[in-house]
Design a protein around this ligand. Structure first.
Ligand code: SAM
Length: 188
């Protein structure tokens, strides 16, 4: 599968990472689409726009809302120009958007923001309790901060699948993980 990302400015090398444009990653997102059939997605964490563009292409019927506090490159405006109203951008952190009272319901929360336990807990709490996401995808599931945060919600969420993929960042190649969860409205 080909997804064109040539029109966005490259991310800063010293900053956050991004999901690589690999078939392996596209296959994971295609599997998530087949399992969730999501039509409304909240994505937490915007670097240069890579994963937003993958989601907009792999979920062509879905509306994508994205939270990102500090994009200086303007890629969010370029993506908005291409995808129009399907792409909605909130230039703030998760807790700031929550503070505005924003509370629409979503089918899928795609969480790839700050991976500390404290921040991932805020992201999960917002997606589960305010946005009522039916499914969640957590990137960097291999990180302890993400796993610790998930353990706080074990009564409410059930893992459907764990995925692995390879990423190279700042010259280092690593095996990374993503995980898909179902959110129960009745405790497990
Ligand atoms: C790993 S990057 C996301 C990469 C993205 N998934 C991609 O493939 O392009 C994480 C991003 O989360 C953002 N971030 C950090 N703290 C956040 C918070 N509290 N709320 C929302 N986003 C946050 C950062 O600005 C950073 O760009």
């Amino acid at each position: 599968m080909e997804i064109d990302i040539s029109y966005i400015k490259a991310p800063r090398k010293d900053g956050w990472g991004f999901l690589p444009p690999s078939q392996e990653v596209f296959d994971i997102l295609i599997d998530v689409k087949e399992k969730t059939m999501a039509k409304k997605i909240m994505e937490i964490g915007f670097n240069a726009g890579h994963s937003s563009i993958y989601l907009l292409n792999i979920f062509p019927d879905a509306e994508l809302h994205v939270i990102g506090p500090s994009p200086k490159h303007g890629n969010q405006n370029v993506i908005r120009g291409r995808y129009g109203d399907r792409f909605k951008f909130y230039q703030m952190r998760t807790d700031q958007l929550r503070g505005t009272g924003f509370k629409e319901n979503f089918d899928l929360g795609f969480i790839d923001g700050h991976h500390s336990s404290a921040m991932a807990t805020i992201d999960l709490d917002y997606c589960i309790n305010d946005l009522k996401c039916e499914y969640l995808v957590l990137d960097n599931y291999e990180q302890n901060g993400v796993k610790n945060a998930l353990s706080l919600f074990k009564e409410d969420i059930k893992q459907i699948k764990k995925y692995s993929y390879i990423n190279t960042w700042k010259g280092e190649t690593k095996n990374l993980e993503m995980a898909l969860y179902y959110v129960s409205r009745n405790r497990f």
